[in-house]
Design a protein around this ligand. Structure first.
Ligand code: HEM
Length: 316
C-alpha cells in the first residue's frame, strides 16, 4: 500500500522555490487557517437565529481561534507519528508527502473503493460489532449523529448564506421544516441516546474488559453538555417564539419536549444561551486533538487505510 510505506526524503531536499520542503507545511497551515477565518467572518449570517450582533461576532472570533488551535494540535499529533527511527528527512516533509498522496488517492479512480471501506469499516465499525453489540450501537449513534449534523450544517449554511434559498429560510418552508428542524433533531437525538448508553456502560455497568479513565468521562460529558445544551436552546427558542420558531414546531419534536420543561420566560435569554452553546462547541473543537476524542478523526483515517490495504493485498 503506497500510502503506508515509510516516506523517505533526503534531509537536504528543497522544494521548487528553494525552501526546505518542511516549511511548506507551515505555509499551507497558515493559508488554511486564514481561509477558514475569512470565510467565517465574511458569511452574511442573514438568517441566523441570534439577534444580538456583538454576541455573533464574539462567537465567530472564538470559533476562528479554536479552529486554528484544532488544526495546529492535529498537526502536532501527526508530526509525532511521523517521527520514526531510521527515517530520513524531516517529519514535516514526510507529513506533507503523506497528505499529498492521500489527496491524490481521494481524487483517483480508487475513490469508490475508498468510500466503501470508509463507510463499512470506519463509520459502521463492523469489527467493533463482533466485539460488543451495545458498545457498537452507542458508537454508531454518536458517530452517525455527529457526522449527520456536520453534513447538515454544511448543506444548510450553503443553502442559507450562499443561495438564499427561500424553502430553507421561510419559517414554514418545507426544507426548513424537514432539514433545519426534523433532521437536526433526529441527528441530535441519535447522539443523545448514544452518549447516555456510553456513559451508563462506563459508569454503571462497568464491563470488566472496558477500562474507564477520567479522560473518557471528560470527553463524553463535554459532548453530552453540548448536545443537551442544544436541545435546551431550541426549547428556549420555542418558548420565546423567536423568528423561525414562531409557528410550526412539531418537526422540532425534541426541542418542543424540552420547551415544556423550561419556563416560558427562558425565551428572553435565547441570545445568551446561543452564545454559550456556540462557545462551548468551539472549545470542544479545540479540545479534540488533546483529548480521547482525537481517535474520532484518527481512527476513521487509519481504519480506512488499513481496510484499503487489505482489499488491495487480497486482489494481488
Ligand atoms: C460540537 C458541535 C455541536 C453539537 C454536537 C451541537 C448539538 C446541538 C443539538 C443536539 C441541538 C438541538 C437539535 C437541533 O440542532 O436543532 C443544537 C441546536 C442548536 N445549535 Fe448546536 N451543536 C454544535 C455546534 C453548534 C455551533 C458551533 C453552533 C453555532 C453557534 C450551534 C448552534 C445551534 C443552534 C442555533 C441551535 C438551536 C436551533 C434551533 O433553535 O432550532 N451549534 N445543537
Amino acid at each position: 500500500m503506497i500510502l503506508y510505506e515509510p516516506i523517505m526524503i533526503p534531509s537536504g531536499m528543497k522544494d521548487s522555490l528553494g525552501r526546505p520542503s518542511g516549511s511548506l507545511l507551515y505555509i499551507a497551515l497558515a493559508v488554511l487557517i486564514s481561509a477558514f477565518t475569512a470565510a467565517v467572518l465574511l458569511l452574511p449570517y442573514d438568517t441566523v437565529y441570534i439577534q444580538e450582533e456583538t454576541y455573533l461576532l464574539w462567537f465567530l472570533v472564538v470559533m476562528s481561534v479554536c479552529f486554528a488551535v484544532f488544526l495546529l494540535g492535529m498537526t502536532a499529533n501527526a508530526l509525532l507519528w511521523m517521527r520514526g527511527k531510521g527515517l530520513a528527512g524531516t517529519p514535516e516533509a514526510r507529513l506533507l508527502l503523506l497528505v499529498s498522496r492521500a489527496v491524490r488517492t481521494v481524487f483517483s479512480r480508487r475513490l469508490p473503493g475508498l468510500l466503501r471501506t470508509f463507510l463499512k469499516e470506519a463509520m459502521y465499525t463492523s469489527k467493533l460489532r463482533t466485539l460488543s453489540r451495545s458498545r457498537w450501537l452507542a458508537h454508531l449513534l454518536i458517530l452517525g449523529g455527529f457526522a449527520a449534523m456536520l453534513v447538515l450544517d454544511v448543506v444548510v449554511t450553503i443553502c442559507l448564506d450562499v443561495f438564499h434559498w427561500s424553502p430553507m429560510i421561510d419559517s414554514d418552508g418545507w426544507a426548513k421544516l424537514l432539514m433545519r428542524d426534523l433532521a437536526f433533531d433526529i441527528a441530535g437525538l441519535m447522539m443523545l441516546v448514544g452518549l447516555c448508553m456510553a456513559i451508563v456502560r462506563r459508569l454503571v455497568l462497568r464491563p470488566r474488559q472496558l477500562a474507564t479513565e477520567l479522560a473518557d468521562v471528560a470527553s463524553l460529558s463535554f459532548l453530552l453538555i453540548i448536545v443537551v445544551g442544544g436541545f435546551v436552546l431550541e426549547g428556549m427558542g420555542i418558548d420565546g417564539a423567536i423568528p423561525g420558531h414562531e409557528s410550526e414546531n412539531a418537526y422540532s419534536f425534541v426541542g418542543l419536549a424540552f420547551s415544556y420543561v423550561t419556563p416560558d420566560s427562558a425565551g428572553q435569554y435565547y441570545d445568551e444561551a446561543w452564545l454559550l452553546h456556540g462557545v462551548l462547541s468551539a472549545l470542544f473543537v479545540a479540545y479534540i486533538p488533546f483529548s480521547k476524542l482525537f481517535h474520532m478523526i484518527a481512527a476513521p483515517i487509519t481504519i480506512t487505510l488499513e481496510g484499503l490495504a487489505t482489499r488491495e493485498a487480497g486482489r494481488r
